[in-house]
Ligand binder design. Structure first.
Ligand code: NAD
Length: 504
């Protein structure tokens, strides 16, 4: 396995100064503060293993302080009475700061998460800015309605006049995963702030750095103190404290289905509102008339991008038997073409996984599958010596019951299985506890639309995979989640409705 490590030094002053500020602190009530007990933990560059910085390690007390600051900010006039237009402008300013510092943010994300610089710079960082821009437009369009009623027992000469208003849900705990750290944070903050909520953001312990830089931008943009608080640390401690906190009104979570279920249980105490963006095991169905020149690179991108650490990664491919072998050959060629390296090297197509633990987990799935009879077509090797790399991997003869076909691997591993007729493919595709996304590859758009209606998933792509935009609602069916992000639905999750009834 060839790995390119020619450049791992930060080029941007902002990155260097953030790393030099180690130990980095929480943002609570507009001030940068240490953990209540002074404890810190480390964050590393997963490509080289190098220590990047020490970070304040959140405690239950920190969760209390952050929630208290968010509650106070919710009551504060500077936020509560901010006009919709001013709130929209504030969100727009955050977007502009992200764009202005996009190179630096992409560099920070590469160092902390591992993804190639170009993946962040061309994709995720501008997409984070677009989240704020998209929702900024909604700030002036959050409307109630007047409602004619049919109440029979009104006193003579009087009538009931009724209307609704929309209100922020309140204090939101936003807890996010490590695969696309800044973008996941933006997907929570943008709709929450548009709705007038206040937030405690907890980034994943592996990838907190871009959230901290975002915190600096929020202050610069003029977000009032306490409206957004950022606390770092481990899920089982500070994350769990936020989820159980009696003064948190809603949890907006992106992460695994396993932790999603823990959150459902922990949120019972005060019946918090929940939105859960959870795991997936997304199928790609390749019909006999698929255009292979589009399907092969599209499916390869759908699984290998971000080294497979994408919730919607197309990790199960069901290919019609007539083109099964050709698809395997094509995917193997695509896998061999991708260059692994440090994300700051412009020649690297794929970076490492987020950590050695994740690389070992991926390797475990592959070796178990092979020992149970799956056939390795390409890749399959990891590098424990140099960071957390794992080769893009193609596996055939994976039976429906194998763990590598049923569980989310969250790495660059695709299992390919042949089918003979479309009902069989549909049954395979729907045979999963997950229902996040799917793709269909065919020249026959009528078949594609008919099939897409029968696939149990929140998104279906036709002749493409993994395309997102803030305008497109995104959410999981079955055990892939509750609620939606993006689109008008994404804002609804942060709003309550109040009905007002007046006798006139
Ligand atoms: P994870 O569930 O391990 O952790 C996610 C976050 O939850 C982290 O911030 C973690 O610290 C926190 N956490 C962990 N235990 C907690 C607890 N008991 N209480 C409160 N918080 C806790 O997920 P991960 O490994 O960071 O991310 C990968 C997962 O995220 C995959 O399953 C992937 O599919 C999913 N994901 C889903 C989407 C989506 O939109 N559906 C998007 C990205 C990632």
């Amino acid at each position: 396995m060839a790995i390119i490590i020619r450049n791992s030094e930060p080029a941007y002053a902002g990155t260097r100064s953030l790393l030099a500020s180690s130990p980095c602190r929480h943002l609570i009530g507009g001030r940068w503060v240490d953990a209540s007990d002074g404890a810190t933990f480390e964050t590393h560059d997963p490509a080289s293993g190098r220590l990047l910085a020490r970070l304040a390690c959140g405690t239950e007390d920190d969760a209390d302080r952050a929630v208290e600051a968010a509650r106070a900010a919710l009551r504060n006039e500077s936020w509560r009475e901010m006009t919709p237009s001013a709130r929209g402008k504030l969100l727009w300013r955050i977007a502009e700061l992200i764009d202005t510092y996009a190179d630096e943010l992409a560099e920070l994300e590469t160092l902390d998460q591992g993804k190639p610089f170009k993946t962040g710079r061309l994709g995720e960082i501008p997409a984070a800015a677009e989240q704020f821009r998209y929702f900024a437009g909604f700030a002036t369009k959050i409307l109630g309605s007047t409602i004619p009623t049919s109440i029979a027992h009104q006193p003579a000469g009087r009538k009931i006049f009724s209307y609704t208003t929309r209100e922020p849900v309140g204090v939101v705990a936003a807890i996010v995963s490590w695969n696309s750290p800044l973008l996941m944070a933006a997907m929570k903050l943008a709709p929450a702030l548009t709705a007038g909520c206040t937030v405690v953001l907890k980034p994943a312990e592996e990838t907190s750095l871009t959230a901290l830089r975002l915190g600096e931008f929020l202050i610069e943009a003029g977000v009032p103190d306490g409206v957004v608080n950022i606390i770092m640390g481990y899920g089982e401690t500070v994350g769990a404290a936020l989820v159980a906190h009696s003064d948190v009104d809603k949890v907006a979570f992106t992460g695994s289905t396993e932790v999603g279920k823990l959150i459902v249980a922990a949120a019972q105490g005060n019946l918090k509102k929940l939105t859960l963006e959870l795991g997936g095991k997304s199928p790609a169905i390749v019909l006999p008339d698929a255009e292979m020149g589009i399907a092969v690179p599209g499916i390869a991108r759908g699984i290998f991008a971000n080294t497979g650490q994408v919730c919607v990664a197309g990790s199960r491919v069901y290919a019609h038997r007539s083109l099964h072998e050709a698809l395997l050959d094509g995917l193997a060629r695509e896998a061999a073409r991708l260059r692994l390296g440090h994300g700051l090297d412009p020649e690297a197509d794929l970076g490492p996984l987020v950590s050695r633990a994740q690389a070992e987990r991926v390797a475990g799935y592959v070796s178990e599958g092979i020992s149970e009879g799956a056939e390795l077509i390409a890749g399959g090797q990891g590098s424990g010596e140099l960071g957390a790399f794992f080769e893009p991997t193609v596996v055939a003869r994976v039976s429906p019951g194998m763990r590598m076909m049923r569980e989310e691997i969250f790495g660059p591993v695709v299992a390919v299985t042949p089918f003979d007729d479309v009902e069989e493919a549909l049954a395979y595709a729907n045979d999963s506890p997950y229902g996040l996304a799917a793709s269909i590859w065919t020249r026959d758009l009528s078949s594609a639309h008919r099939l897409s209606a029968r696939i149990c998933s929140g998104t279906v792509w036709i002749n493409c995979h993994s395309y997102f935009s803030p305008e497109l609602p995104k959410g999981g069916h079955k055990q892939s989640g509750w609620g939606y992000e993006n689109g008008p639905q994404g804002l609804e999750n942060y709003l309550e409705t109040k009905t007002i009834c007046v006798m006139i």
